[in-house]
Design a protein around this ligand. Structure first.
Ligand code: BGP
Length: 475
């Protein structure tokens, strides 16, 4: 079947500043929480990341793929693939090195001016995440991250600064990357320095409230600065299937899902849903609403964006609760699915399911801003003497998922666009390594610090170029 994607479908790729820019203290940038997260990341640490007092040499993010200095070359590659949109984040600590200053760092602002100009040179629309797991370290250490109410003002001040500066260069904005991942990764997602095991539910949910209020205030201020802004929330989506048809499992799956859906519900509907109020009540959590918070939450988003990598199962049976490996939201592996080398279970149909669920629930435009396969790639020299990666496994993964996006569009779901995760190789978030690669472009850099940083097209590069050129008909 030939896929019908809308005429103006936003095809592209996604990255995050901390995972590729490097230049971690260039031009006045302050340290972010990522600069003290060396190889090992949070995977295998029960959600608590491995952190060091100060940046250490084995931290792959300090150099990343040197995008800060090579972005012109990279944007040119994206243009060659035909990208309509490029999702990246602004590193908060480039703009406000400590996070709590009144005045921004002009050199940091200038870098993104130039990056966005470079995108526009090729007709590529930037899609900007305001906060992507890169809270300034000072806000984490001095304030305990989002547990502290003051972060709301710091964040809104930062967002206002970048809105004003880039109001004619950026139309699409996302407030927080995978905002619900704070449930499992409070340091990475919320800059909360209290170890996870010591973090009370009271503090966790208060931090969540602060982020939600900050996000809504940002939507309000953004629309005042430029009414044409399209501002979305960004959630980690993962269908949670009941492990068996036992109603106990079905209800357990529903309750687990509620914990995540609450984030999109509040962003779209502007109020705390009843099931969340019940959860808070039954867990003795009392959220402190300040004057104006309930009003602020009513500034709802223009669209919903999400990442999609896998689905999981849920069960009420404690004996079957084996945690899947390296996934952010916990859950039980699905016996019907195969997994990636990192235990992420591959489920293309789950993407159609997620798209339909969001659409049925909200009737708001949807944007898939992350999807992709992390794999170990081998650079080879092909018959034409070119260095490349024969990544058919990645092509298959992306093709299968895009076919399901096409199915959802057939179902009547309004999808704005699709950006693959890590369109160029970058440092992985969960493992903080380069070994787990996602790109269409191979970057010669390795976890022992070696490599020339040269870029090479993988086989998937031309595959994606065709997909975009044919608006999905080649799938
Ligand atoms: C999401 C994050 C990204 C990204 C991706 C892949 O959770 O938003 O930053 O890295 O997952 O994860 P990983 O890099 O751990 O493979």
């Amino acid at each position: 079947m030939s896929m019908q994607f809308p005429e103006n479908f936003l095809w592209g790729g996604a990255v995050a500043a901390n995972q590729l820019e490097g230049a971690y203290q260039t031009d006045g940038k302050g340290w972010s929480i990522q600069d003290v997260t060396p190889k090992g990341g949070f995977a295998g640490h029960g959600g608590d990341p491995l952190i060091t007092e100060a940046p250490t040499e084995d931290n792959m993010k300090l150099i990343g793929i040197d995008f800060y200095n090579r972005y012109k070359e990279d944007v040119k590659w994206f243009a060659e693939m035909g990208f309509k949109v490029f999702r990246t984040s602004i590193a908060w600590s480039r703009i406000f090195p400590k996070g709590d200053e009144a005045e921004p760092n002009e050199e940091g602002l200038k870098f993104y001016d130039e990056l966005f100009d470079e995108c526009h040179k090729y007709g590529i629309e930037p899609l900007v995440t305001i906060s992507h797991y890169e809270t300034p370290l000072h806000l984490s250490r001095e304030y305990d991250g989002w547990v502290n109410r003051k972060l709301v003002d710091f964040y809104v001040h930062y967002a206002t600064t970048v809105f004003k500066r880039y109001k004619d260069k950026v139309k699409y904005w996302l407030t927080f990357n995978e905002i619900n991942s704070i449930l499992e990764a409070p340091f990475m997602s919320g800059g909360i320095s209290t170890p996870k095991k010591d973090l009370s539910k009271q503090d966790l949910y208060q931090a969540i409230h602060h982020e939600l209020v900050a996000s809504a205030k940002t939507v309000k201020v953004g629309h005042e600065i430029n009414p044409d802004f399209q501002i979305g929330c960004m959630v980690l989506s993962m269908p949670i299937y009941p492990l068996t048809p036992n109603p106990d499992d079905v209800i357990q799956a529903m309750e687990s899902d509620h914990k995540n859906m609450a984030f999109a519900d509040i962003h779209v509907r502007g109020v705390y849903p009843g099931y969340m109020k019940r959860y808070l009540r039954e867990n003795g959590i009392e959220i402190k609403f300040e004057d104006g918070d309930a009003e602020a939450l009513k500034h709802t988003v223009d669209f919903i964006s999400f990442s999609y990598y896998m689905s999981i199962c849920e069960t009420a049976d404690p004996d079957k609760k084996i945690q899947g490996e390296g996934n952010l939201l916990g859950g039980v592996p699905n016996p019907h699915l195969k997994a990636s080398e990192w235990g992420w279970q591959i489920d293309p149909q789950g993407l159609r399911y997620v798209l339909n669920s969001f659409w049925d629930r909200y009737q708001k435009p949807l944007f898939i801003v992350e999807n992709g396969l992390g794999a170990v790639d081998e650079l080879i020299t092909n018959d034409q003497g070119e260095k490349t990666v024969e990544d058919d496994y990645r092509i298959n993964y992306l093709n299968d998922h895009l076919v399901q996006v096409g199915e959802a569009i057939e179902d009547g779901v309004e999808v704005m666009g699709y950006t693959t995760w890590g369109c160029i190789d970058l440092v992985s978030a969960s493992t903080a390594q380069l070994k787990k690669r996602y790109g269409f472009i191979y970057v010669d850099r390795h976890d022992d610090g070696s490599g020339t940083l040269e870029r090479y097209k993988k086989k998937s590069f031309n595959w994606y170029k065709d997909v975009i050129a044919t608006n999905g008909k080649s799938l």
